[in-house]
Each structure stands twice: as C-alpha cells, then as structure tokens.
Design a protein around this ligand. Structure first.
Ligand SMILES: Cc1ncc(COP(=O)(O)O)c(C=O)c1O
Length: 454
C-alpha cells in the first residue's frame, strides 16, 4: 500500500466551532450551506471544484506569469499541454467550465433544440436552458441502482439514445457525454460506451462532445476496470477517449488541480471561429479567455500532474477509504465509490422523510450540526422540476455528496467524517425534513432559503 505521493509544505489552520455556535450559524444561513462562511466550516466537502492544493511546480509557474494581452508564453505552454493530452485541433481557455459551456451552447443551440447527455450536471443543464434549449438525460439502467456493484454505472443508455436520435435528430445540435458522471454518483464511463455514443452521434451527422471535467479519474477507472486497458497509462487512455469526440468542455478546477480555469476545444474550424467570437465578447481574447497569464501556466502544469498514476491511485484510494468506512458503519453509500466524491442515498437513510421534504438536505444539515462538515445536496432541491401541468418530477436518486478536494485533507479528516455519520445514525429516526421558503429556478440550490418542517 502506498501513502500520498507528496508531503505537506504549507498548512492552512482550521477552527472548530462549538455545537451551539454551529446551530446558530446554520439557522442564520437559512439551512443552506452555501450561505455558511468558510471560516465556520471544519471539513469542507462542498465541492472538489477549484478547491485543490497546487504543487510547488504550479506555484513556481505562477511567478512566471506573462501578462501580455495577446499570445503570452503561458498560452503557448498551455497549447502544448492541451495538444498533447486532448488532441483536438483548436482550443480556447475560459475562466471555468460553465463559461466554456455558455460559449459553446450560445454558438450552437437554437430555441427548442435538445441536447442529449448521459447526465447533464447542473450548470450544463442551466446553460442549455438559458440558451433556449432542452437538456435530456440518457443514463444507463444501472445508474438508478445505487448499491449494485458494477464498474461503469456512469454509462450512456445507448439504446435509448439511438431510439431518440432516429426520431428527433433534426432537433439535436450535438450529443454530449459527461465523464465521470457527477450528477449520477461520480460513476465512470467505459471507453466502449464513449465509442458507441460517439458512433451514434456521427451516424446522425452530429458532433459528439465530452464534458471532460474528471477525464483523468475516468481514465484511471478504465485502466482498473475495463478489459484490455491494464497496461495503458491514464494519458494514453485519455487520448483514446478524446479520439472518439469532436470536442470537449473542461473545467480545469477539477482534474487540472487549479483554483480557476477551463477549456473549450474542438476539431471544427467553423465552430471554433464562431465560439472564438463569442469568447472575445464574453470572456476575453482567445489566448487568455478571462484568465491571467499565471493562471494559464498553473493549468498547463496541473494538466500533467492530474494524469500522474501515483497521484490518481492515492486520490481514488482516499475516496474509497471514506466510502468503505461509511459503508461499514451502515450508511447507504452509492457503490462502487466514484473518483471525486462519496455519495449517500438519503431516501434509504431517512425513510421517514418524503422526497418533497429533501432527505439529502436533511443529512447535509445534520453533518454541519454534528461536526462542522460541509457537504452538498444532489437531489430534489437541485433536480426536481414541475412539468407543464405543475406536477413535480423527482430525481430517482436523492443524494448527499461528500466531494473531496484534491491533495487537501488527510485520512484523519476522513475518520472524523465517518465518526460524524455514526453519531447521526444513532438519532436517525428523530431527523425531520425541510421546506423551501425562498428561491426558485434551475439554480435554486445555490440560493434557496429553507426552514425545518414542523
Ligand atoms: C460535470 C460538470 N460539468 C461542468 C461543471 C462546471 O464547471 P465550473 O464549476 O468550472 O463552471 C462541473 C462543476 O462542478 C461539473 O461537475
């Protein structure tokens, strides 16, 4: 067994508030952890996005920032890294993933068009809606079986995709695939499924784009779980994955281990030109895309670090450590664990709380109360939607996500998280649900105010 392939050089102190103080803070935050101040959190598992610790090499790169307006050295370094790793003909930096999504969708979607995906994440779905489109999910059947031990539950349901495309392809501007599948338990997608989904898109003459946020973790899972890939490096697997696609959106805040940054890449010259014009309008010139030269340099260096096999082993190992500890304690953990987060199925944990009273959010709040841990709801606050008759459609899974920042916490922190869950289990029957008192729309989870149901 191997420990982390790095050691700690700089530390950031944490404070632990008393239970009474935490009780007050969560009430003042209207039971929405996005409103809690960072200094009032002990262990922050809200997101793995932009929360990673950069390496000495990345920090050294920050000092080499070339802040020329156009075509700075750092852009050229990033270009080399992107060409080597992703292999698309054209790319542009963006300030983060959702900016890449908006630039792409505003260039390609017309009102009423439908974008299929294995599962859109919240910002992807919201950017499609904001540009007049419809976001549709085609998860594989196994995606809704949270405890079934299968290797690639992030896969696209390719039969359903093909059936949909044969009837509706005229309304589809592109097909997308999210790796790993963040909305669906952080589960990986197999190469076979990526190849097949790309083939279907191409059969109908549509471009196939990968939402590549966690492409390195996905590549590592392919290496471990897909026959024929054991002896390939994560970089080789990633290259093959991208070879089936026509482009990608990428939030570098995940697998490039930077605090800010993103990429939009594609093979089509005409699409690139359209997107470049939108980028200049919305983000900045096409060689900096809303970032400083120093950010581009950190991204160029982080891209390689995120693909390092020893790092990926320790990263996925830490997630598995937390997931196994919780499972042993009797917590209903989505299984097998994904790469960046542990997901808990809260309907099974709190059967007394109806889905309309947000059981996953109830766990989020209990974790803060119990130990100052911040997690996030990926359930009905985020995804429940009314149809045109006002009937609410709830997501199949009601998840609480514990997202692990990269290279930030030790397994002792993970032990604290496991202990907090054990304490919550002791009083689980007494826990009640919540109602929304303010906030609506597809982004309501960020801003809603909640109150306990009496
Ligand atoms: C799958 C997926 N796509 C897109 C995004 C958006 O990236 P960003 O937060 O950099 O805008 C995220 C962020 O969490 C994500 O997980």
């Amino acid at each position: 067994m191997m420990a982390e392939p790095y050691r700690i050089k700089v530390i950031e102190p944490l404070q632990v508030l008393s239970r009474q103080e935490r009780e007050k803070k969560i009430r003042q935050a209207h039971y929405n952890v996005f409103n809690v101040r960072s200094q009032d959190i002990y262990i922050d598992l809200l997101s793995d996005s932009g929360t990673g610790a950069m390496s000495q090499d990345q920090w050294a790169g920050i000092m080499l920032g070339d802040e020329a307006y156009a075509n700075c050295r750092n852009f050229q370094n990033l270009e080399k890294a992107v060409n080597k790793i992703f292999g698309f003909k054209y790319f542009m930096p963006t300030h983060q993933g959702r900016a890449a999504e908006n630039v792409l969708f505003s260039s390609i979607i017309k009102p009423g068009m439908v974008v299929p995906n294995n599962m859109h994440f919240d910002t992807t779905r919201a950017n499609i809606i904001a540009n007049g489109g419809i976001a549709m999910n085609f998860p594989c059947k196994e995606a809704s079986r949270p405890f079934k031990n299968l290797p690639f539950k992030g896969n696209m349901g390719t039969k359903a995709l093909r059936a949909f495309m044969s009837k509706n392809h005229e309304k589809v501007p592109l097909v997308m695939m999210t790796v790993t599948n963040n909305g669906g338990g952080g589960q990986p997608v197999s190469i076979k499924n990526i190849r097949e989904a790309g083939r279907i898109a191409h059969e109908f003459g549509k471009p196939f784009f990968i939402d590549a946020c966690r492409y390195a973790e996905n590549s590592y899972f392919i290496k471990q779980r897909e026959p024929g890939y054991k002896n390939k490096s994560p970089a080789e697997i990633a290259k093959e994955m991208f070879s089936y696609a026509d482009g990608c959106t990428f939030s570098a805040k995940k697998d490039a281990i930077v605090n800010i940054g993103g990429i939009l890449a594609m093979n089509s010259r005409s699409l690139f030109e359209k997107c470049r014009d939108r980028l200049i309008l919305m983000e900045g010139f096409s060689t900096y895309g809303g970032l400083a030269g120093r950010d581009l340099e950190a991204m160029a260096r982080g891209l390689f670090e995120g693909l390092d096999e020893a790092y990926l082993e320790s990263r996925t190992g830490q997630t598995a450590y937390l997931a196994s500890g919780l499972k042993e304690a009797g917590i209903p953990v989505v299984w097998p664990p994904g790469g960046h987060a542990v997901y808990i199925e809260a309907k099974s944990l709190f059967p007394q709380i109806p889905q309309g009273e947000f059981p996953a959010q109830a766990l989020v709040i209990e974790l803060y109360r119990e130990a100052g841990i911040r997690s996030v709801e990926i359930g009905s606050i985020m995804f429940a939607e009314p149809d045109e008759h006002g009937k609410i459609h709830y997501p199949k899974l009601e998840l609480t996500r514990l997202a692990i920042p990269r290279r930030v916490y030790t397994n002792s922190h993970m032990d604290v998280v496991i202990e907090a869950h054990k304490k919550i289990l002791e009083r689980k029957e007494k826990i009640r649900g919540y109602k929304i008192v303010k906030g609506e729309g597809p982004m309501r989870h960020f801003i809603a105010w909640l109150a306990p149901v009496k």
